[in-house]
Design a protein around this ligand. Structure first.
Ligand SMILES: [Zn+2]
Length: 387
């Protein structure tokens, strides 16, 4: 079989960038040994990466005899990427460097009924402004990832349907002409899963299911280093798995969906049903819980039962190494995560706590926008492409 030299070269360059990103500085001969290629191959690749600014020479190491070896350093601010996150009524922006660190963070609010063409013009203005303030030329932007609250075909760059934004069938390729860099689109929960996988609680550990609990439920699945999308790009609608036959009515119109039991709205409605009093927010609910309000304690207990029923299903279907609980609810998870673990694994014959870890999100409310920003840089420099 003929091996394509350009493919080998591409992989070698990714290996060099990934290694130096982790180690920061290495000599060329150390690099060669670490990735198992000859010194001339390392030198040729390193020179090309120096030319595009991603690496630089950083002095010489002490000699072990013969010529003193040149040290090469990773330049984390050589290139950047932009993350854009469309949420209800607002758009968040981050500019990140090659170490996936936030350099700039901005937010604009918008009228929900405005069309996407106008919103993308606003996005363009905001990004121009951001790059001007940061004094960064657009030629140093590798790409822009856009996180969207809906069904996304990432290959065709189409937002197929987004109920919250009241839009459907938006083809983002038509907006590429507005920018000097490529656009990537992804569903918000998948983007959040990417962030947890690349910089969060699962840091590069594979086979995870991310679940965001907000007003509704979202989920993203990472399997074998990649987002698992399914045949129709709709995998991960875990909020609509049925956990109670003929149960509570869900926003989707079906009955007994997980969403109707474990969303923040479901928690507040359950409290209202049990106490006859309304509670304004999840924060207010947990304030009552912290004051040992009896109804709040009972309601959370019932909530955990439904949460665990769904988690057991997820473990049986996906056999994940990690389940990450994210979204706004993760802010309060310290109060119930241990009970969740006990009830999920207790008397369970098919799996145990050593097989799957249930953990709380580390990236928190930044997860979707960070995941979107990570996509272009991951595709540019890492060996394992997540997207
Ligand atoms: Zn549903």
């Amino acid at each position: 079989m003929k091996v394509d030299q350009s493919v080998i070269k591409d992989i070698n360059r990714r290996k060099i960038m990934s290694l130096l990103r982790r180690k920061k500085k290495m000599t060329k001969s150390e690099l060669g040994k670490a990735i198992n290629v000859s010194l001339p191959t390392v030198i040729s690749n390193v020179n090309e990466l120096i030319e595009i600014g991603v690496l630089k020479e950083a002095g010489v190491a002490s000699s072990t005899g013969g010529r003193r070896p040149t040290i090469v350093e990773f330049v984390k601010d050589a290139k950047y990427s932009i993350g854009v996150d469309f949420q209800i009524g607002k758009i968040r922006f981050v500019l990140i460097n090659m170490n996936y660190e936030i350099i700039c963070d901005r937010l604009i609010e918008f009228d929900i009924l405005r069309d996407m063409d106008k919103m993308m013009e606003d996005v363009k203005c905001e990004i121009d402004e951001m790059l001007k303030i940061m004094n960064i030329d657009s030629s140093r932007i590798i790409g822009m990832g856009i996180s969207l609250p809906g069904t996304v075909n990432e290959k065709e760059k189409i937002l197929e349907f987004a109920a919250n934004l009241k839009v459907d069938n938006i083809n983002f390729t038509k907006y590429e002409k507005l920018f000097d860099f490529p656009i990537y689109v992804e569903n918000e929960s998948n983007a959040a899963a990417i962030a947890e996988y690349k910089i969060g609680v699962c840091h590069n550990r594979n086979d995870m299911v991310y679940i965001s609990i907000n007003e509704g439920i979202g989920a993203g699945i990472i399997s074998r280093n990649k987002v698992y999308k399914g045949y129709n790009k709709r995998a991960g609608e875990l909020g609509h798995m049925i956990i109670v036959k003929d149960g509570a009515v869900c926003v989707c119109g079906d009955k007994g969906c997980w969403n109707a039991y474990i969303s923040e709205r479901a928690l507040l409605e359950l409290y209202c049903k049990k106490s006859g009093k309304s509670v304004a927010s999840v924060r207010a609910f947990f304030e009552m819980y912290d004051r040992k309000d009896e109804t709040a304690i009972k309601v959370l207990d019932e909530y955990i039962e439904f949460l665990c029923a769904g988690l057991k299903n997820i473990i049986l279907i996906f056999d994940p190494r990690y389940i990450v609980l994210g979204g706004d609810m993760a802010n309060y998870a310290g109060r119930f995560i241990e009970t969740v673990k006990v009830r999920t694994f207790n008397e369970e014959k098919l799996f145990s706590e050593k097989d799957v870890r249930i953990v709380v999100s580390e990236v928190g409310m930044n997860a979707s926008v960070m995941g979107a920003a990570i996509i272009p840089l991951n595709l540019f420099m890492e060996v394992e492409k997540v997207y």
